[in-house]
Design a protein around this ligand. Structure first.
Ligand code: C2G
Length: 129
């Protein structure tokens, strides 16, 4: 079984998230999504609208997603890739190059972001509504 992993906050789920999850799944048979805990989001300088538990429940309902695990630190990726026997690591290309150190352990793929949509923009648009 070819296993894929990706990481993110996935707040206020939108088609950009769905597009990356769908494409990530195409690289294997089993997709693990590591979603940022509320505490790690604070470290990333993000405040998610939905709590970790809510974001986990939403991600688990997506047909492309096979397992959701928590992301607590920047440093856990090598351990996760080994622990979950990951073959492919996938991220949007806003992260291009940032995780190349994982090439020692698995395939590293950066996919084009979906243009014109982001959680930040959704929040801004809603504030204007
Ligand atoms: N994404 C995308 N297109 C968008 C918006 C997001 O392809 N329009 C992708 C991002 O590139 C990322 C994933 O969706 O691969 C999740 O995005 P975020 O929830 O914003 O995650 P981020 O804050 O980038 O956290 O350790 C890695 C971090 O946890 C990544």
């Amino acid at each position: 079984m070819k296993k894929v992993i990706t990481y993110g906050t996935f707040d206020l789920l939108h088609t950009g998230h769905i597009n990356i999850l769908r494409r990530a799944k195409e690289y294997g048979d089993y997709l693990i999504v590591a979603i940022s805990s509320d505490e790690f989001n604070a470290i990333k300088g993000k405040k998610a609208y939905y709590s970790f538990e809510q974001r986990k429940a939403i991600l688990e309902a997506i047909r492309y997603v096979d397992e959701v695990i928590p992301e607590h630190t920047w440093e856990q990726k090598v351990e996760d890739v080994q622990k979950y026997d990951i073959d492919v690591f996938v991220m949007g290309d806003d992260w291009k190059g940032k995780f190349d150190f994982l090439k020692e352990y698995c395939e590293v793929i950066y996919l084009p972001r979906t243009v014109g949509i982001s959680t930040t923009q959704i929040k801004k648009d809603l504030n204007k509504a």
